[in-house]
Unconditional design. Sequence first.
Length: 679
Amino acid sequence: MKTDPRQLSILLIEDNDEHADIIMRHLRRIDSMSLNVVREPLLAKGLQRLAETKYDAVLLDLHLPDSTFLETLPRVGKVASETPVIVLSSLDDRGSTIKAAQEGASDFLNKAHLSSELLARTILSSIERKESEIKIKLQLHQTAQLSELSQFALNEVNLEKVKLRCRGILMNSLLVDYVQFVEPPQSGKDILAQRVIDDGVPFLFGELSFLGMAEQKESLLKLGLKSGINVVITTKDADIPPIVMMIYDHRDRTFKYDEIEFVKAVANILSSVVTHAYLEKQLQQKIESLKQAHQKKDEFLATLSHELRTPLNIITGYLEIVRETDPQSEEYFNAMSIIDSNLKIETKLIGEILDMSRIITGKMKLDLSFYALDDMIDSSIDSLSLAIAAKKIHLEMHVAPNLGRMWGDRDRMRQVVWNLVSNAVKFTPPEGTIKIFANKVNDLFEFCIEDSGVGISEENQADVFNRFWQEDAAITRQHMGLGLGLGIVRHIVELHGGTVEAFSEGRGKGARFTIRVPIQQVRAVDPVPVEKRSEESKPLFNRNLTGMHLLAIDDSEDSLNLLQHLLKKSGATVEATSNPQQGLAMAKQDGYDVIICDIGMPILDGYSLIKELRHWEEHEGRPSTSAIALTAYVGQEDVDKALSVGFQAHMPKPLNLPLLKQKIIELAPGESSSATGQL
């Protein structure tokens, strides 16, 4: 089947009419091409034609009336550098052929040897060589441009500057009128994200309508832009928003394959820069966050020093008063009351620090059981009744009746409620108002507290549950505290599977804190009866230790002397040693009812001491002597370890004498209870 001949437009610049006729006859005989030949006898007319119309090839006689032999070819080259020029000459001169080639001619033909076949072959080969030449030049230019862009992108993290450089390169290389970068709407982003997942490519060509950008399409039409390419630049990181690179021109044009490939290369470079810029931004944010965290740490350490030293200063001062005061005087009892109050403050501060340490290391655990919600709320608020009364705060309670029981850690949830109420009391002015709401909403226990206090500025509400956070320096100094309480609240609530939120209309407008915790209801069976204790089984806080024979082991002489003194005053016979090896030897003797032993001791710690004692007792067939770990190591892992090596109970320092006495009585031989656990 015969194909359609190739359509070509040829410009013949020849002043000799006879030569022109011969050439035209040869051209008309070419049946492999459909030629549209235009002849001009003067160079000026030919140049005008070339300036106005694009020709596929030029057949050029160098000897023209309005141009010299040497200047004809260069003048044509200036006007039509991308059009192949075939020089026609009546001379068969090899030197002229070489010179013509050097000056840009695609080929050289002797008029005396012309034929249709030669002309057809020469025109086609000249066009192909020129196209290859242009393509190679363009590729070299684009390669240089891409190399320059890549180098620039490596050293520049400012995405806008890289976009500007891309814009210039694209407009210069593609000869387009418009290059713009826009972010697609959310609908477009979803389409693009899926496309990148499916294809694994960082760019996509598509219609603006497809990308959800109909408004941008209308704007381009109003600008008179007729043809273009939309390239969506994406990354495999879903957090990085895509960018649409819009390349448009006022002309009706079809972008060639090599132009598309060039655009792809630019898109690839820009995609890498987008990722780099995003990561750089994330890094800078992280650095800033670390700087702020470091500053917060310094502020916290300064606050910690202040908060710990303040009660110690008060205790130290009032101890001087106690030394110089009659123990029977009112001044003595007031001083002791103040010392006791500040010791509790110190203990609470240390407890918060330990809780935060457990949170940071992931070691905070819950002791789960069913407990009554209303009792937990009442006990939390009752413990703050004196503080509420002292500031004459009006307390409104809106607690739903029959809240029922909840599965969780009662002590930790009590800590949550206490912290929230204590926080409200602290920041509410005298004669202010605090409202407490507690209810069951579907399967959630909801506890809400509102106060008329100092409030929280809008910009700080997102940080209120961050550890070490406090509203500002003025508040910090006006109100004591480490800024740990609310961070602990959030963690405990989240451990229970709940949520916590804070709201304030701003400074001076009070605040509202709300927690919601899932309730796991007790199965619908008969209520668990509460065992009634006899007089003998009630807490033994007030019973003395008369007749008890105790061994106390602690490497701290001061702690040991204090413990020995208090236990002796309670009626016990106490033998004590600060040497753990000596303590082990003493423990192997008969006659001790209970051993009270520290954990952190040199050479032989409390764990190893009790472990060795239990091994010896088993080997000798001796009954185990009950032992209590009295220690400042108070983490749950410390409790578990103490019980696992052979202690019957774990008690934290500072010493709580009534509870220690109760546990000694429970563990002493002959007592009805032999419970093992933590107090």
